[in-house]
Design a protein around this ligand. Structure first.
Ligand code: ADP
Length: 493
């Protein structure tokens, strides 16, 4: 038990955490949420939170110049003998971060390779080492919050330890598992699960194939399951989004909660953004137009600011509905607009975008690359962001877009539905939503947006509504803190 009974201690486990390692959205979450949780402790009347993060000491972290302190060494048992793991630590933004090193971590250089079977050696080793670390440091948290398949084995391994010994020192550790993207289950990890003594689960609660994969095992054995938006929490209980786990998730309905991610409002601030031609705020929104003119010039498009500028900033992936955006553009070719698409990924989708540029050389540009600075200039200069995702657990681009006065036109799914507000007259709206995942539904939504764009006063109101939304991490942090508190109360009753 913690020294102070009103302290809740949490180990937040992830594959990546900003600023040490950031490849995708999880890095943002693991960087920002623990800091926001720690800040809650400053609020009177709330339990103190002792939140610590654990990630692998990826080679890329050392290459970035981080020099955390070595605090312990532990042994990880495998079928071919014990392996050493070194525990380092560095405190950033008031949050202690543990970095776990060892041969399997060193062996696999990128945070994620494209092969789960390869990555699993690093991650299963990491999960087992993290549990050993808690014992060695004698820091027994109240809660372990793991994230996605890479850290799911930590929850599964803990459940096996508890089952094996009623007096295990970790027996009082409760678990939360956050799903950021359900389809990534860690298939291919079986060999390394077995190598580090994690046999398939003997259960019929999840489908047969699931007993071999980390993510279903994490879901199976976690006390609480979180998804990164309330709508996605509902969606994953249906066959269309549940990836075969919907029945099990339905059976755990009481334990599933959706908490919408926040946005780093300092990192994404149009007032202080040094990448954009004209920084602006809601009070100076009329100056925003300079960003649009500069962007149009940069792409050799017509610099007339009256013509609506549609943008798309996305991984080129089936999930993101880039194909729908390309087809919808053709369907609304009779309207007046210009478009810039930024993204990289699936070569077929990249080619679709290039093809659209070829068809409409006077008004479409395809920038097929990853370009963070350009993305900022686009958010600051675009009028509408297209986000026709087939599924979207949370989504960041629509939040950034609103904050930068660019109005999202998005599919009503997952976090898009939860963060974008459409109203009848749009006086209080922040964006446009459409339901079916078809190009014609997107085209209809775009026509509506283009029509409202003709009313500059109303359009500006929508922009200001979006800019006024509070996406700070303080809100989700409070929800996570309440969840931890509820979990401890339930289990200790
Ligand atoms: P996901 O994490 O599923 O890719 P999100 O909307 O949650 O989708 O986050 C995507 C993030 O990546 C956003 O910040 C977006 O601006 C950024 N992004 C996506 N593609 C590019 C690109 N080609 N260049 C720069 N930034 C990009």
């Amino acid at each position: 038990m913690p020294e102070n009974a009103s302290t809740i201690s949490v180990l937040f486990a992830a594959a990546e955490a900003d600023p040490f390692a950031k490849v995708g959205g999880l890095g943002d979450v693991a960087g920002a949420l623990p800091v926001a949780l720690q800040k809650l402790s400053e609020q009177a009347g709330r339990p103190r939170l002792d939140v610590r993060v654990v990630i692998p000491f990826h080679p890329v972290i050392r290459n970035k110049g981080f020099t955390p302190e070595l605090v312990a060494e532990v042994l990880v048992s495998s079928i071919s003998g014990d392996q050493k793991a070194q525990i380092y630590t560095q405190t950033i933004n008031n949050v202690p971060v543990y970095l776990i090193d060892g041969e399997p971590v060193q062996k696999i250089s990128p945070v994620y390779s494209s092969n789960n079977a390869v990555d699993a050696e690093k991650y299963v080793f990491f999960c087992q080492a993290a549990l050993q670390m808690l014992l060695k440091l004698n820091w027994i948290p109240d809660v372990i919050n793991a994230n996605d398949w890479h850290t799911a084995p930590m929850i599964y391994a803990l459940s096996l330890l508890k089952k094996g010994s009623a007096s295990h020192p970790l027996k009082k550790v409760h678990t939360v598992f956050t799903i950021h993207n359900l389809p990534f289950m860690g298939a291919g990890a079986e060999k390394w699960m077995a190598h580090y003594h994690l046999p398939p689960a003997e259960t019929q609660q999840i489908p047969r194939w699931g007993v071999h994969h980390p993510l279903p095992l994490g879901i199976l054995t976690a006390d609480k399951i979180v998804t990164v938006s309330p709508t996605y929490a509902q969606e994953i209980m249906t066959p269309a989004f549940g990836c075969g786990l919907e029945k099990f998730l339905q059976s755990r309905q009481q334990d599933v909660k959706g908490i919408l991610n926040g946005l780093d409002e300092e990192l994404w601030n149009p007032q202080t953004d040094t990448h954009i031609a004209q920084p602006f705020s809601a009070a100076t929104i009329s100056t925003r137009q300079k960003n649009k003119t500069e962007l149009l010039k940069e792409f050799n498009l017509d610099p007339d600011p009256q013509r609506p500028l549609l943008i798309l900033i996305s991984r080129m992936d089936q999930q993101k509905g880039v194909d729908l955006a390309v087809k919808a553009a053709r369907l609304i070719a009779d309207e007046d607009w210009q478009m810039i698409l930024l993204g990289t990924g699936d070569p077929t989708l990249e080619e679709d975008c290039r093809q659209l540029e070829k068809e409409y050389p006077d008004r479409v540009r395809a920038a097929i690359r990853f370009d963070a600075s350009l993305s900022r200039r686009m958010y600051a200069g675009g009028d509408m962001l297209l986000m026709p995702s087939r599924y979207e657990p949370c989504g960041l681009a629509q939040m950034i877009s609103m904050r930068y006065g660019c109005v999202p036109v998005a599919r009503a799914t997952g976090g898009l539905k939860d963060s974008i507000h459409q109203t009848l007259t749009m006086q209080h709206g922040t964006g446009f939503l459409f339901k079916p995942a078809t190009e014609s539904a997107l085209a209809r939504a775009l026509r509506k947006a283009l029509q409202i764009y003709q009313n500059p006063q109303l359009w500006q109101q929508i922009q200001l509504n979006g800019m006024a939304v509070n996406f700070s991490w303080a809100t989700p942090a409070l929800e996570y803190a309440n969840l931890y508190q509820q979990l401890l109360k339930e289990r200790n009753e």
